[in-house]
Design a binder for this molecule. Structure first.
Ligand code: ZN
Length: 318
């Protein structure tokens, strides 16, 4: 999840947050390190910190292995993102791993309740997914947002979230169903409206994220992965202009193509979702079944008649 600049200001513009940042800063310069780890001494966090060059990892737990693993993962993920997008980390980064949801509310009160991680500015990201299995996917997702932000890219929210989910490699069954339902009810949210996804309810956000990933994957199918470094270049052109120059089609044509592809992909879903269609078709299915049975029986009787004739013929003396 990425907070757009206008909401980012709201997320950061509160005195308590600033005071905590100052407390953290004082703590950073006053700590004594042991084996690369530092005991966190501030009022807000009681945990550990690991500093590696321009990367700072902080946790509210005493789990040293978490920070070591995370440091390795940050390197690997950054490399993966570079291979896909040609984006590199160009600035310092602090990552907070928070287990205590109370801490999350203190640090980032604007975080939607359904979120598991958040990038508040190009140098800070939070991972607070309660499921330990999920934190790696969340880290991949948020690191993608960080790299986009550190490279001064202005992207449509759907593309930014689609890219982050693609890098995270997470697939959501409930998102798939939400998209299927939206296709059937013609409730698919226009991509440009997804700029407000952070203000959505959990249910609507689920659809928004599923759409973002779906549209992003469709773009890769339609244009190939080689389009990504072109779209992720910071220049004077808008995203729309960069897309049109690279693909020879407008972003609107792309969206129309994606919507058509969605209808095709979810055509079978109508039968599963609306069994009424099956009931309506039932008389025809019964009729076809009846004629098939009749045809099979007649064929069988003809076969018996032929066999009987052959037996009679064989039984007669020459
Ligand atoms: Zn995101």
């Amino acid at each position: 999840m990425w907070i757009p600049p206008e909401q980012r200001l709201r997320a950061l513009n509160f005195p308590a947050f600033i005071s905590r940042i100052l407390i953290c800063f004082l703590w950073v310069i006053s700590i004594t390190t042991t084996n690369g780890f530092a005991q966190e001494q501030s009022e807000t966090l009681h945990g550990l910190m690991l500093q590696q060059g321009s990367l700072t990892l902080v946790t509210d737990s005493q789990d040293t292995s978490l920070l070591r693993q995370a440091a390795d993962q940050v390197e690997k993920i950054t490399e993966d993102i570079y291979v896909l997008t040609r984006l590199r980390r160009s600035d310092s980064l602090t990552i907070y791993f928070l287990n205590n949801l109370h801490q999350v509310r203190k640090f980032i009160p604007t975080a939607p309740t359904w979120s598991g991680g958040l990038t508040t500015d190009p140098n800070t990201l939070y991972v607070y997914d309660s499921d330990p299995v999920e934190w790696l996917a969340t880290l991949r997702h948020e690191l993608t947002h960080v790299l986009v932000a550190q490279n001064n890219l202005t992207l449509p929210v759907w593309f930014n979230e689609g890219l982050a989910q693609y890098v995270a490699g997470k697939w959501s069954w409930s998102g798939y169903l939400a998209l299927g339902n939206a296709v059937l009810r013609s409730d698919v949210i226009p991509l440009s409206d997804l700029d407000m996804v952070l203000t959505y309810s959990r249910q609507k956000a689920e659809l928004g994220y599923a759409e973002s990933l779906g549209a992003f994957k469709y773009m890769l199918e339609r244009q190939g992965r080689s389009i990504l470094p072109i779209l992720l270049t910071s220049d004077d052109r808008t995203f729309k202009e960069r897309y049109q120059a690279a693909s020879q089609e407008t972003l609107l044509d792309f969206e129309i193509g994606w919507r058509e592809d969605l209808s095709r992909s979810y055509a079978f879903y109508k039968l599963v979702k609306f069994p009424d269609i099956l009931w309506l078709a039932m008389p025809f299915i019964v009729l076809i079944g009846y004629f098939l049975m009749r045809w099979r029986n007649r064929k069988k009787i003809r076969q018996w008649e032929i066999e009987e004739g052959w037996e009679l013929h064989r039984g007669e003396p020459d």
